[in-house]
Ligand binder design. Structure first.
Ligand SMILES: Cc1cc2nc3c(=O)[nH]c(=O)nc-3n(C[C@H](O)[C@H](O)[C@H](O)COP(=O)(O)OP(=O)(O)OC[C@H]3O[C@@H](n4cnc5c(N)ncnc54)[C@H](O)[C@@H]3O)c2cc1C
Length: 373
């Protein structure tokens, strides 16, 4: 599959989405039709290695392509882009390592099962736990072995794409294991009334990214499948960090692109007449967004050069872009004036959407810990 052809298809889909911005911004739910279109465009193949007809060529090649894919989708609908980004961000847990030493046969078999499923099924993640600050190591949920299979109990939240995705990865503590373990679970068509161990506790009510269905759940002995290796989480973390940080940043830069284009139309012909304050704020807004783009490009180059600390650079890029884009859009709103505050105009919602980058894994406090050296 050719990445440039997929990108071309995504541009067409995004262009259609962008004609419905006002209606889409009012949505509180995902539309399955949108994801069928992304699937037909080949997006699911981001979870399949190139050798098997897919798009995954390792972080050094795929990070830029995948970040560009979701940036383009965000031009049409940021919520769809964010939920879609979870598919490669999650399948990377399995694609990012070719083999492990503790049980290679079983691991390779499981990895292949995930690859086959990724060709037709959407993957997501319901890993975050209330109070964990996005830190997987603070996982409290417990996974127990019952009759040869694992069941998970505990609270999880921010499960973007809940009810839409076919499978989700998650984490749980297993007795005798020092680190939390990686699991996956069936998501689609699972009842949310607790009857099979999955209870919806807080429906997603985000001020931004409003239709991502990032609901909270309580699991009570819900069936999960354990990732075969105990090594995976540690070994794959740098690969996963590069892909997820660059994709999440790509989504938010796509929203910033939308906002800048909108502001330009509003300010068309008015810039030379603007008052001193507006000129300064507009210039500083442009500086913030320019700097964010430089950080993004610099981090992608680091990933492409396979630098040893590329995963740290990708995290630093996510921090910097979260802060610059949020600040840039706040300045933009002051210059655009009343149109930035009206629900009939898209900018108010975009200024909320971009705040998601600071919360997405690793959320800012955890991200700062990771880049401190
Ligand atoms: C748009 C978006 C999408 C995300 N998608 C995912 C995903 O797909 N998978 C994933 O694992 N993580 C996802 N995350 C979570 C993210 O990765 C971090 O784990 C999370 O933001 C951690 O935030 P925190 O440190 O503030 O949370 P915590 O330290 O966990 O604290 C948050 C507190 O807020 C409370 N709270 C949260 N939502 C509500 C609510 N609606 N009503 C009342 N109280 C509430 C919690 O109970 C908790 O006490 C997403 C975050 C955002 C913003």
């Amino acid at each position: 599959m050719d990445a440039s052809e997929v990108l071309g298809e995504l541009k067409k889909i995004s262009s259609d989405f962008s004609t419905q911005t006002n209606e889409r911004q009012k949505r509180r739910e995902l539309d399955p039709e949108d994801f069928l279109r992304l699937k037909d465009a080949g997006f699911l193949m981001t979870g399949v290695p190139q050798q098997q007809g897919g798009l995954w060529q390792g972080a050094a090649v795929s990070a830029r392509q995948y970040a560009e894919f979701v940036r383009v989708i965000a031009h049409g609908d940021p919520c769809v882009a964010l939920v879609a980004s979870m598919h490669p961000a999650v399948t990377t847990f399995f694609l990012g390592v070719e083999e492990v030493t503790d049980s290679p046969e079983a691991w390779l078999e499981q990895r292949q099962w995930v690859i086959e499923s990724a060709k037709t099924s959407w993957w997501g993640t319901v890993t975050s736990e209330p109070g964990s600050g996005g830190d997987i190591l603070k996982t409290q949920s417990v996974a127990e072995l019952v009759d040869g299979g694992y069941v998970l109990s505990g609270d999880k939240h921010f499960g973007s794409g809940s009810g839409h995705t076919d499978y989700m990865v998650t984490t749980g503590r297993v007795e005798g294991s020092e680190l939390p373990e990686l699991f996956y679970l069936q998501n689609k068509n699972v009842p949310w009334d607790g009857s099979t161990g999955c209870q919806l506790t807080v429906p997603w009510d985000g001020m931004g990214m409003s239709s991502t269905q990032s609901h909270a759940f309580r699991f009570d002995r819900f069936p999960v499948t354990k990732a075969v290796s105990t090594e995976i989480l540690v070994r794959v973390a740098p690969v996963s960090a590069q892909i997820s940080n660059m994709m999440f940043t790509g989504v938010i830069l796509g929203v910033a692109d939308n906002a800048l284009a909108f502001a330009r139309t509003k300010l068309d012909g008015k810039i030379p007449e603007m008052r001193a304050f507006e000129q300064v704020e507009w210039t500083r807004c442009r500086n913030d967004l320019w700097l964010a783009e430089q950080a993004f490009q610099g981090a992608l180059r680091s990933v492409e050069r396979e630098e040893a600390d590329a995963h740290i650079t990708a995290t630093r890029c996510k921090i910097v872009c979260a802060e610059l884009v949020e600040a840039g859009l706040a300045r933009m709103a002051k210059v655009v004036g009343g149109a930035s505050y009206s629900k009939a105009m898209p900018l108010a919602q975009w200024t909320e959407d971009v705040k998601a980058l600071g919360f997405l894994r690793p959320p800012l406090p955890l991200a700062y810990d990771q880049v401190m050296n």
